[in-house]
Design a protein around this ligand. Structure first.
Ligand code: MSK
Length: 634
């Protein structure tokens, strides 16, 4: 076992949090650590998925004495419906994020708030969709493609356009299993229809629709979110940044962006760098302006501008507890309502911006693409003017940060790995160098590690522990979301330091390509990038996705979105390992369908593995990768 001397340990992160919790106590602030205690133990019916409250005859809770709800639904139907509703919530959320991005694309104009930053990508997608591009103005094309993308949400006939990106083998599996997603809104809506009182209670039908709704997210709404964010804001390229709470700066105005939609944070970043705003901050006694981020909004601006990452999901209260946060500006998703009352204990302005995320005790500045510049400027100004209200005796920014190289879009990965082997590359590049590393055994395989934090798991310990284990075993890690930020905070994205902890093969690849062994691929919607990468690897090798030595893992997941993600990753043929139970253990039939050898595995050639013992989860992941290698004879 290596001595991970250069990384930031979980203990150091906890010590930093504890010092912030002392401030919380001083000012009488409520924190999630306390609320977890108040909520423990959790309801056993809820945890096993056996509580039904979809009509007003109940709620019905299934026990040995009462094996059916009042309508007669058994435990398998109840657990299955709950699982499907969870998925629909996640698919709706990710996809609606994608829809907002499409609307923003529709608003682009040469001198507007939003412009087309990656015209090549736009043209590539247009060609893929059979749209004539020759001689067309790029903004006319942007508007045409945006409208086509928006129609994917409600088209009356046909299936999602992006499905054609999958290998033919995968497309056939989806077709045969009848899980090809049609219009995105239709899949969400049909999921809620099926789980309504008096509709489906057949486990197989519920799980099949859960996969279909998940696919409408991963190969529909999320993919639109990612692709058109790239068109709007630029396709990420490797860029250096820093991560952990110490990126906030004591003498500067600190603005923290939090949420998911880059349309807002891009503008905040732009105006925070405006010389006029910097001069204004100086006139207010600050040395400058620091924008940092939390959750996926942070990933978006880190990948494109090198904006530092202050923390992930369970760190969102920490940024306020530093006493040095002038404004925490949020858009949508993963935002604790607790930030309202917490901010009131400090001078912090808690600014909500979206009609989709209205939260008590916040200041609401409605953000829209038409007025984006003015909105962002007003927010930055508000933060600057709040600097003077700081209480110096409450300021405590723990000195914890690590360097991180981020920005590994599929395009970037293909490009950097081309330096490792001398394969021929076509116009858009190829994954062949990566495949050569895997088939030769230099790399044993890859893990896509994604997802949130969850107080049920010691924060970040599962992400970081599993990543270290993979690196030592020559397994490269690709990551998004809060898992990515966990890696960055620990130092696993510092190419110089992290390579020292890899097995010999992975270390060599990292040195030759100048990459860290844990690759930051973006935010939650960017898991669609991982699907594209898997599809390209399969097409370039002729090996079905399910046979590649690649697995997915969400060891600390918590949100409905994560269940939707899990469903589309599994449905894409990638075995997916969870460290938190998805509220299904109350039904042997649903568990069998999701984790057995003859459920979803028969339809899509992959399944879930759930193990809350993280060490054992890691062993199973490695065993799965090695078994796939053995089956391929490599
Ligand atoms: S932000 S969904 S806590 S990864 Fe995408 Fe993090 Fe999970 Fe939110």
């Amino acid at each position: 076992m290596k001595d991970w001397a250069f990384t930031t340990t979980i203990e150091e992160m906890e010590a930093a949090t504890n010092s912030l919790l002392e401030t919380a106590q001083k000012v009488g602030a409520d924190t999630w650590q306390q609320r977890v205690k108040n909520q423990t133990p959790h309801c056993g019916f809820g945890e096993s998925g056996t509580c039904c409250r979809i009509c007003s005859m109940g709620p019905c809770r299934i026990t040995k004495k009462a094996p059916r709800g009042i309508c007669g639904c058994d435990v398998h139907g109840i657990v299955g419906r709950n699982f499907l509703m969870f998925t629909a919530g996640g698919a709706a959320t990710h996809s609606d994020h994608g829809r907002e991005i499409c609307h923003t694309l529709y608003q682009t104009k040469p001198d507007g708030n939003y412009t087309v930053k990656d015209p090549e990508k736009l043209i590539r997608i247009a060609k893929e969709w059979g749209v004539e591009t020759e001689g067309k103005d790029i903004y006319d094309l942007a508007h045409e493609i945006a409208e086509m993308a928006l129609l994917e949400y409600g088209k009356p006939f046909g299936t999602q356009r992006f499905l054609k990106r999958a290998p033919e083998h995968t497309q056939k599996l989806w077709h045969d299993a009848e899980i090809e997603p049609r219009a995105i809104d239709r899949e969400v809506s049909q999921s809620l229809h099926m789980s309504h009182m008096g509709c489906s209670s057949l486990p197989e039908a519920l799980v099949r629709q859960a996969l279909r709704a998940g696919l409408s997210d991963g190969w529909g709404g999320s993919m639109a979110g990612t692709e058109f964010s790239d068109v709007l804001f630029g396709t990420p390229k490797p860029i250096d940044t820093e991560a952990n709470i110490g990126v906030m700066e004591k003498d500067n105005v600190n603005i923290v962006v939090h949420g998911h939609d880059p349309s807002l944070s891009e503008m905040i970043v732009y105006y925070a760098n405006d010389p006029e705003m910097i001069a204004y901050a100086k006139s207010m006694g600050a040395k400058g302006i620091t924008v940092s981020g939390v959750c996926c909004t942070s990933n978006e601006v880190a990948m494109r501008h090198g904006i530092p990452m202050a923390g992930n999901y369970l760190n969102q209260e920490n940024v306020v507890l530093t006493g040095a946060c002038e404004a925490i500006v949020v858009d949508v998703q993963c935002i604790f309502p607790a930030l309202g009352p917490l901010s009131k204990c400090f001078h912090t302005k808690f600014i909500t911006t979206s009609p989709i995320a209205r939260i008590p005790d916040s200041e609401f500045i409605r953000f829209s693409s038409a007025t984006a510049g003015d909105n962002a400027k007003a927010i930055v100004k508000m933060a600057i003017e709040n600097f003077k209200n700081r209480k110096p005796e409450l300021v405590n920014i723990p000195n914890l940060k690590q360097k991180a190289r981020v920005g590994y879009s599929v395009e970037a990965i293909v490009k950097v790995l081309d330096g490792v082997a001398n394969s021929q590359v076509d116009e858009f590049g190829t994954t062949k160098p990566l495949l050569e590393c895997v088939t030769s055994g230099v790399l044993r395989g890859a893990v896509a590690m994604v997802g949130c934090n969850n107080p049920k798991v010691r924060p970040d310990s599962a992400h970081i522990g599993l990543m270290k284990k993979m690196l030592e075993n020559d397994i490269i890690v690709i990551t998004t979301g809060c898992a990515a930020q966990a890696a960055a905070k620990a130092g696993l994205m510092d190419p110089e330091k992290a390579k020292e902890y890899c097995g010999a093969g992975l270390k060599r690849v990292c040195e030759l390509a100048g990459i860290p062994p844990v690759l930051h691929m973006g935010s939650c919607v960017d898991i669609s990038r991982m699907m594209i990468l898997a599809a390209e690897l399969s097409k370039d090798s002729g090996i079905p996705i399910s046979q590649l030595p690649v697995v997915g893992c969400a060891p600390e997941w918590m949100s409905e979105k994560a269940v939707s993600i899990g469903n589309y990753v599994v449905a894409t043929g990638i075995e997916t390992f969870l460290g938190v139970d998805p509220y299904v253990k109350g039904s042997s039939e649903i568990c069998e369908l999701l984790t057995g050898e003859h459920g979803v595995k028969d339809w899509v050639e992959a399944k879930y593995v759930v193990d809350t013992d993280i060490e054992s989860l890691g062993d199973k992941m490695i065993a799965c990768i090695e078994a796939k290698r053995a089956a391929l004879g490599i």
